[in-house]
Ligand binder design. Structure first.
Ligand code: GUN
Ligand code: ZN
Length: 449
């Protein structure tokens, strides 16, 4: 095999040598239960943007004479992370203090979102945001835009140019927000449908219908959104539910007669596979079961929930009622775009409820688990042959402290746990999307050996 640089040659068959890790099933309490595929000295073979083969270096290399090999020995290749709920227009107001969700929306969020009426500004933020996502190792995200259709066009144009797999949508909001951010039930549906036609299935782009949350939509808007959701069953739906107790009370007052906040979305046909609900803290047992029955996904946003004081997501209850869960940054309510930091916060929140999340299960939730929850299993979130070649290179020695801790790790679980608790974008040496290098921590790709 020929040594090559980290960029590989996206149109040519290329091999990557590193430790390889992905999940064939959800890890149970015993992390060595066969759910994990781990190859300590592996080769990952990529061609035309897809993974075509992987296995042990010693076993595979003799048959691959002449194949370029990118040398990432000492590092760990895992599937690119999936962030199931994030707001790109809130990039500039991350880390803005407020006593809680509703005042944070009024004080910081809505004025910040107003600026996206300018397409040039939207394009500038979209570029910065996508760079930051890739720096953090996130190769797929479910992204809220603003109410302006141009904010979605700007995002998709940037994401399409990078050929990254993204889901995004224009926010629908026809009441209870400043006039400068309001659409109408009809204009919101018309603009959403035009965006679906323009972007859904355009390269790797996918559309998400995005009613912000029930309090900012009239029943007429949710009804039209439900019709679109039915007409376009492979389009995603994203919204917020049961994040904050005041918000829950407000939603119930605005929509009398519903069994619960979640039931509002349910009655408008907005609970189905590919529907993703942010937060899901203040749900009851019935709601959690209903999420699972409907095939909807809960996006757990731990850094946001801690930052805004929204509450502690109950992992044990989610598991007991089989509610599908994945992880999300929820920036700008969330305080980091790093899914490693998000996993760390998820671990700590679960601990507060007496529940242990292993390093293995946290990595599962940010990769294979999210892909399954989004009905994208086998395409992303995995290194299994046939999948799209979205993968990242993690460096267990990225910082002096990480290097010191991982040097004495006695198991893969300890290495993963250290990466989660001590890692962030510094631990991401490189990110590849569809086989193309889109981020290298050390700048220009260095030569392999
Ligand atoms: N609920 C409605 N809008 C938002 C938002 O932008 N962020 C969060 N965290 N919750 C919301
Ligand atoms: Zn959110």
């Amino acid at each position: 095999m020929l040594p090559t640089d980290q960029a590989g040659r996206p149109d040519e068959k290329t091999a990557y040598r590193a430790q390889l890790l992905y999940f064939a099933a959800p890890p149970g309490p015993d992390v060595d239960d066969g759910s994990t595929v781990y190859v300590p000295d592996g080769l990952l073979i990529v061609e035309h943007g897809r993974i075509v083969q992987l296995g042990d270096y010693a076993a595979l290399s003799p048959g691959l004479e002449g194949l370029p090999v990118v040398d990432w020995r000492g590092k760990l290749i895992v599937p690119g992370f999936i962030d199931t709920h994030v707001h790109y227009p809130q990039t500039d107001i991350i880390a803005s203090p407020a006593p809680g969700l509703l005042s944070w929306l009024d004080t910081y969020t809505f004025p910040a979102e107003r600026r996206f009426e300018d397409p040039a500004y939207a394009a500038d933020v979209a570029r910065f945001f996508l760079d930051e996502l890739l720096r953090s190792g996130t190769t797929t995200a479910l992204v809220y835009c603003t109410v302006h259709p141009g904010s979605a066009d700007a995002f998709f144009a940037e994401s399409h140019a990078r050929n990254v797999r993204m889901v995004a949508g224009k926010v629908l909001m026809d009441r209870n927000c400043p006039g400068y951010l309001q659409d109408t039930a009809e204009s919101g549906a018309r603009d959403s449908e035009a965006l679906i036609q323009r972007w859904h299935g355009q390269g790797r782009q996918m559309y998400g219908l995005t009613p912000r949350f029930a309090p900012t939509s009239t029943p007429a808007q949710l009804a039209l959104c439900g019709e679109l959701a039915q007409r376009y069953p492979d389009v995603f739906i994203q919204s917020h539910v049961a994040e904050n107790t005041q918000e829950v009370a407000w939603a119930m007052a605005l929509f009398p007669g519903h069994r619960s906040y979640l039931d509002i979305y349910d009655q408008f046909g907005l609970l189905r596979p590919r529907a993703v609900y942010g937060h899901c803290i203040w749900l009851d047992e019935h709601d959690r079961r209903r999420m699972g029955e409907a095939g909807a996904l809960a996006a757990h946003c731990p850094t946001s929930n801690l930052f805004l004081g929204s509450g502690l997501f109950d992992f044990a209850a989610a598991e007991a009622s089989r509610m599908p869960v994945a992880l999300a940054s929820d920036v700008g309510g969330g305080t980091s775009l790093s899914m490693l930091q998000t996993m760390a916060a998820a671990h700590n929140v679960a601990r507060m409820n007496g529940h242990h999340l292993s390093g293995h299960s946290l990595f599962y939730l940010a990769t294979e688990g999210a892909a399954r929850g989004l009905d994208l299993g086998g395409r992303i979130g995995t290194l299994a042959p046939g999948a799209e070649a979205d993968f990242i290179v993690l460096d267990p020695q990225a910082t002096p402290l990480l290097a010191r801790r991982t040097a004495r790790a006695e198991s893969l679980e300890e290495v993963l746990f250290a990466l989660i608790m001590l890692g962030d974008d510094r631990a991401v040496a490189a990110a590849y999307s569809a086989g193309r290098l889109l981020h290298a921590r050390d700048g220009s790709p260095a030569r392999g050996q």
